[in-house]
Write a protein that binds this ligand. Structure first.
Ligand SMILES: Cc1ncc(COP(=O)(O)O)c(C=O)c1O
Length: 371
C-alpha cells in the first residue's frame, strides 16, 4: 500500500503511564482488541511489553493467541462474547474468558470448568451479562469451582455521552449489589467496570482493574468526557495522539475552469486549478463520505481541500494555493504537519462517525512504523 501509519512509541508509553498514575500501575489493562484499535497489535504490544502490564484485554481468543505467540505471559482477558466451541482453546492458551449468559455458562460447566473465567453483569446496557436477579443462582452454580472464578465485571452504557453520570452511578449500584451476592456466597473476586471515560472521571469505578482502550492511543473518548474531566479536576490531561497516517502525492495536474473532477462529476472547477492525486481511498480506510464534508489533508503544512468523490484507492485534493507541490511530496491524512493537525476525531467528524470506528477500520495491510 502507498501509505504508512506511524506510531509514536513515546506517546503510547506516555498515555499508559498517565493511567498508571491515575489508577495505580497494577490496575491498568491496556485494551488491544481490533488490531490495537487499528494501530497494529504487534507494534503496540512491542512498546507495551517493556512496561510489563499485568493484564491485557482483547476481544477474541485468536487475538489472545497472537499475544501468546509474541511471548506475553501475563493475564489476557477476552472481553468479547465467549462461545462454547472456543472454551478449550482459551483454557489451553491460559486466557481469561468473560461469561455472560446461561448457555455459555452451561457449556463451560459441561466442559469440566476449564481455565479461568470472569462473570459479567448486565447493569444497564442490555448487551452482555447476567441480570442482577440471576446473581444468586449463578453464584450457587459456581460454588464448587470457586478457584476458577477470577472476577466480576460490567460495562457502562453512556459515560462518554453525558456530563451527568447518574445512569452510570445506577449501573454501579447494581454491580455492587451483584458483587455483594457473590461475597455473601463466600467468593473473593476482583471487580472491574471502567473503560477510558469512567477511568478518567469516575474514581468509584476503578475497583481492581481499568480497561483502557481509546485513551491509551491518545484520544479522549468524546468531547464531553474532556469537559467532565475539566469540571472535576480543574486541569487538562495531556493525552498524546499515537497515530499519524501519511501518504504521498502521485500525480499533480492542471484542471481548467469548467472541468469536472472525479466519479459522478460532482465537482466542477470554477477557476483554473492544480490538483494532486493521492493513492488512498475507502479501501485503505479513508471514509468515502468524508469527501462530502469540508475535509482536507495537509501538504507542506497547509490545508488542501478534498475535491470530488473519494475513490476506492485514490482521492484528489486542491493544491492551487501551493504551486511548489510536486510528485513525492508527503501528505498527512491524520496527524500533525508544521503548525497544523488533522486529528482522528476531525476525520471521523467529516465522515459522520466516531474515531473508534475510523481508527479500527484503517486497513491492516497499511505498513505500521514505530517512530
Ligand atoms: C468490555 C470493554 N471494556 C473496555 C473497553 C475500552 O473502552 P474505551 O476504548 O472507551 O476505553 C471496551 C471497548 O469497546 C470494551 O468493550
Amino acid at each position: 500500500m502507498l501509505s504508512t501509519i506511524e506510531l509514536s512509541s513515546a506517546a503510547i508509553r506516555h498515555n499508559y503511564n498517565l493511567f498508571c498514575r491515575l489508577a495505580g500501575k497494577e490496575l491498568v489493562a491496556p485494551v488491544l482488541k481490533s488490531n490495537a484499535y487499528g494501530h497494529g497489535l504487534a507494534e503496540v504490544y512491542q512498546v507495551l511489553a517493556s512496561e510489563s502490564p499485568a493484564w491485557i484485554c482483547v476481544n477474541y481468543v485468536a487475538e489472545g493467541a497472537k499475544l501468546r505467540g509474541f511471548g506475553y505471559s501475563g493475564h489476557i482477558l477476552v472481553v468479547g462474547p465467549a462461545v462454547a466451541r472456543e472454551i478449550p482453546a482459551a483454557s489451553a492458551l491460559d486466557l481469561d474468558l468473560v461469561l455472560g449468559n446461561q448457555a455459555v455458562l452451561a457449556a463451560w460447566l459441561q466442559a469440566g470448568a476449564p481455565g479461568r473465567i470472569h462473570i459479567k453483569f448486565d447493569t444497564g446496557m442490555s448487551r452482555q451479562g447476567f441480570a442482577l436477579s440471576e446473581a444468586a443462582v449463578v453464584a450457587q452454580l459456581l460454588r464448587p469451582h470457586s478457584a476458577k472464578i477470577v472476577g466480576l465485571c460490567t460495562h457502562f452504557a453512556n459515560v462518554e455521552d453525558v456530563t451527568d453520570h447518574g445512569y452510570a452511578t445506577k449501573q454501579l449500584e447494581i454491580f455492587n449489589r451483584a458483587a455483594q451476592v457473590f461475597a455473601d456466597a463466600g467468593f473473593q473476586l476482583m471487580l472491574h467496570a471502567a473503560s477510558s471515560a469512567s477511568a478518567l472521571i469516575m474514581a468509584t469505578s476503578h475497583f481492581d482493574l481499568v480497561r483502557v482502550g481509546i485513551s491509551l492511543y491518545g484520544s479522549w473518548p468524546s468531547p464531553l468526557t474532556r469537559v467532565s474531566y475539566l469540571q472535576l479536576q480543574n486541569q487538562v490531561l495531556d493525552l498524546k495522539p499515537v497515530l499519524s497516517w501519511r501518504t504521498e502525492v502521485t500525480t499533480v495536474k492542471p484542471v481548467a475552469a469548467g472541468q469536472f473532477i472525479g466519479y459522478g462529476c460532482t465537482f466542477r472547477a470554477i477557476r483554473d486549478m492544480r490538483v494532486a492525486v493521492l493513492p488512498v481511498g475507502y479501501y485503505e480506510g479513508y471514509p468515502r463520505i468524508a469527501g462530502e464534508a469540508a475535509s482536507y489533508v495537509l501538504i507542506r503544512g497547509a490545508r488542501c481541500p478534498i475535491v470530488g468523490r473519494i475513490c476506492m484507492n485514490m482521492m484528489m485534493v486542491d493544491t492551487t494555493h501551493l504551486p511548489a507541490v510536486e510528485v513525492g511530496d508527503q501528505v498527512t491524512l491524520i496527524g500533525a504537519d508544521g503548525n497544523d493537525e488533522v486529528s482522528a476525531q476531525d476525520l471521523a467528524g467529516w465522515a459522520r462517525t466516531i474515531h473508534y470506528e475510523l481508527l479500527t477500520r484503517l486497513h491492516s495491510d497499511i505498513p505500521r512504523q514505530l517512530v
